[in-house]
Design a protein around this ligand. Sequence first.
Ligand SMILES: Nc1ncnc2c1ncn2[C@@H]1O[C@H](COP(=O)(O)OP(=O)(O)OP(=O)(O)O)[C@@H](O)[C@H]1O
Ligand SMILES: [Mg+2]
Length: 271
Amino acid sequence: MSTPHEGSTPQHAAQGSTNTSQGASGTDVLVQLKDVNKHFGDLHVLKDINLDVHKGEVLVVIGPSGSGKSTLCRTINRLEPIDTGTITLDSQPLPEEGRPLARLRADVGMVFQSFNLFAHKTILDNVTLGPIKVRKMKSADARKRAMELLERVGVANQAEKIPAQLSGGQQQRVAIARALAMQPKVILFDEPTSALDPEMVNEVLDVMVSLAKEGMTMVVVTHEMGFARKAADRVVFMADGQIVEQASPEEFFDNPQSDRAKDFLGKILSH
Ligand SMILES: Nc1ncnc2c1ncn2[C@@H]1O[C@H](COP(=O)(O)OP(=O)(O)OP(=O)(O)O)[C@@H](O)[C@H]1O
Ligand SMILES: [Mg+2]
């Protein structure tokens, strides 16, 4: 079985299984947001966001609808520009355009709620396209690697099909394989299971838990508390464009501090 770090830099390989110790050390910052503000017209959607994501860390972002979780993710791979503040990846400010921006998008993988696979391309082509076009990988190498990744997420037998022939859970696992194929430094997941039928949620979460265990740096917007408890190093609670609280999953879920977090958890727990 291959891992997402196979063939990547020694730095990546060194992430290993030291999730929490690196996260707690405070030295190994991969993504840093400093005083980030973002408006949509008059709407102030991100308010003075300060956040470090450490190498190998799994950060779960949780909060009410409209609180800015998706916007936060989208700023990290510059799908949304910010108004003020700075965002760095590996200490470098995010590039604004051209090739460096394409490289950033390759370094910062993204898995969305709706799988965003190319509808008319095969599963295999969906996974090889980025590595061939952006990473300039040889076609044969890209295919070999893609098959390993599809194997890993349990859909290698679907490689020649098109997305519509797969279940939602299978498509989402392909989307994860596609992100991994780029050998990203971090993967952002924006509610990756919320469009899935309930019986398919776990097959996707299982893949994510195994990535987390292997030391992939992950920012995950999700209300799946089982996942957060199992895999998160830290939970960030957002409301009204602000980070209201951050804590370990145990602390956050068992003993939320702010009224807004208590209120929010009360609502999702009473479902
Ligand atoms: N492109 C846009 N143009 C204008 N307003 C936007 C845009 N994208 C998001 N917004 C607004 O910004 C706010 C934050 O949206 P965002 O999608 O980040 O919230 P969210 O926390 O991800 O919510 P949800 O849980 O519903 O996905 C919302 O009020 C939303 O309506
Ligand atoms: Mg959202």
